[in-house]
Design a protein around this ligand. Structure first.
Ligand code: EPU
Length: 419
């Protein structure tokens, strides 16, 4: 078992470069199944979710060549199987994108139903509603989901809930459908635009991604032959912004799209930080104890749920009492119990948490309960006095590339240790 051992108390200073977006990568990889050809993907984050997705794609006949650790070519001409490996897909949330892409490509698919997750209930009713509207027959039995169709025909689909996954999945299923599909009340996250841009580069006709109405004109084939570079990770950039705030640091974040970070920049300024923007670079500086602030998570362009725990660390040491309202996930405050082990004073009740800011945190052994909770605990460990040990690193490795090396390059005293 591995753990991170952090000796806290160092303000983070220096430059860090952001990797490609995890949540775009885990949608673009299955999207390659819609291509009858070879494409090249650059700026692919080197994280365990990406490696697992590549393994799944290889099992169903894709040929993947790693050019560098962040660049692959993928040949999807010989997709030979409509049954994705059930054991792997069941463990892995983003495997639901195989339903949209394989339904689009083969009109038939079976995957393990994306299983338990520690953010609360994660239904996929809106995905299923979309596939059925396009003409698919969808069955959920014994932990598997099977979808098949004689043909898929474009139609208008109104999403009852703004869902990232359902928007992307319906987009994937409709790219090769007959006629036009309209997704109304679509999610607008940067990775939705990125998946649409990827598919359009390969020959799809998708308009309006990034607004709440997406129009997909079905095309006969996606040919590949092109190169696509994945968008920088908005959430990784935000993680370093809050790390600067929590440690009274001065961090220059390179390779980010500052427009994607507006809701985060606004909170950083409210918390008393300064933000200097220049092209694709942001410099975040904090010279005093952060101010209290209230946060409500919302779909993009609102404040992202995936940065809620990292912002929570800053509020735990802010001057005054702050509230976070989590409006996306039922159960995303498990990290607060870990922060309390480090001396934080937080009361979580349902979808709200109240942070009575303390002057400082003290190091302690803590467990990462999910990916973003893990990132938050690393920030807390760097900000705290004394030694922190962070366990359950498999969550963190799913979504952050070289996280301890990046923090170390900013001056953090952090080591990965095998027990
Ligand atoms: N929902 C439904 N029915 C559906 C789909 C969603 O009720 O059919 C509900 C969910 O239960 C939730 C809300 O709608 O309350 C939004 O869920 P969404 O579908 O947008 O989430 P997701 O696609 O499953 C993605 C990210 C999450 C991120 C959310 C929200 C990926 C692989 N995952 O999940 O990322 O929190 O969008 O932005 O893209 C993470 O990276 O740490 C992470 C959890």
């Amino acid at each position: 078992m591995e753990k991170l051992v952090i000796t806290g108390g160092t303000p983070l200073k220096g430059e860090v470069t952001i990797s490609g977006a995890k949540n775009a990568a885990v949608a673009i990889l299955p999207a390659t199944l819609l291509i009858n050809g070879i494409c090249r993907i650059e700026n692919l984050p080197n994280i365990s979710d990406v490696k697992l997705y590549c393994e799944i794609l290889e099992k169903i006949g894709a040929k993947i060549t790693w050019i560098t650790k962040n660049e692959i070519t993928i040949d999807t001409r010989d997709i030979c199987c409509t049954k994705a490996p059930l054991d792997i897909t069941r463990k892995f949330r983003a495997s639901y994108y195989l339903i949209g892409s394989m339904l689009g490509r083969c009109k038939n698919v079976q995957v393990g139903l994306p299983g338990g997750c520690n953010l609360g209930a994660r239904p996929i009713d809106q995905h299923i509603k979309g596939f059925e509207a396009l003409g698919a027959n969808v069955e959920v039995t014994q932990g598997n989901i099977t979808a098949s169709a004689k043909k898929l025909v474009g139609t208008s689909i109104y999403m009852d809930i703004v869902s990232v996954g359902a928007t992307i999945n319906v987009m994937l299923a409709s790219v090769l459908a007959e006629g036009t599909t309209i997704i109304d009340n679509a999610a607008k996250e940067p990775h939705i635009v990125d998946v649409a841009n990827f598919l359009n580069t390969m020959g799809a006709d998708i308009r309006g991604a990034g607004t709440d109405v997406i129009k997909i004109n079905g095309v006969k084939e996606l040919k590949g032959g092109s190169t696509y570079s994945i968008v920088p990770d908005q959430i990784e950039a935000g993680t370093f912004m809050f790390a600067a705030m929590a440690t009274k640091g001065d961090i220059t974040i390179k390779n980010c799209i500052t427009k994607h970070l507006e809701s985060i920049t606004a909170k950083v300024i409210e918390m008393g930080g300064t933000v200097e923007e220049s092209g694709d670079t942001l410099r975040i500086k904090c010279t005093k104890r952060p101010n209290k602030a209230n946060i409500k998570t919302l779909p993009y362009p609102g404040f992202p749920t995936d940065l809620q725990p990292q912002a929570g660390v800053v509020l735990s040491i802010a001057d005054g009492t702050s509230t976070i309202n989590e409006s996306i996930w039922e159960s995303r405050f498990q990290y607060t119990q870990e922060l309390c082990k480090m001396g934080a004073k937080i009361t979580a009740q349902g979808k709200s948490a109240f942070f009575e800011g303390v002057k400082s945190l003290s190091g302690a052994p803590v467990c990462s309960t999910d990916l973003r909770a893990g990132a938050a605990l690393i920030i807390a460990g760097i900000a705290a006095n004394g030694k922190t040990e962070v366990y359950n690193l498999e969550h963190i490795d799913r979504g952050y590339e070289n996280i301890e090396e990046k923090f170390r390059s900013l001056g953090a005293k952090i080591e990965r240790v095998s027990e």
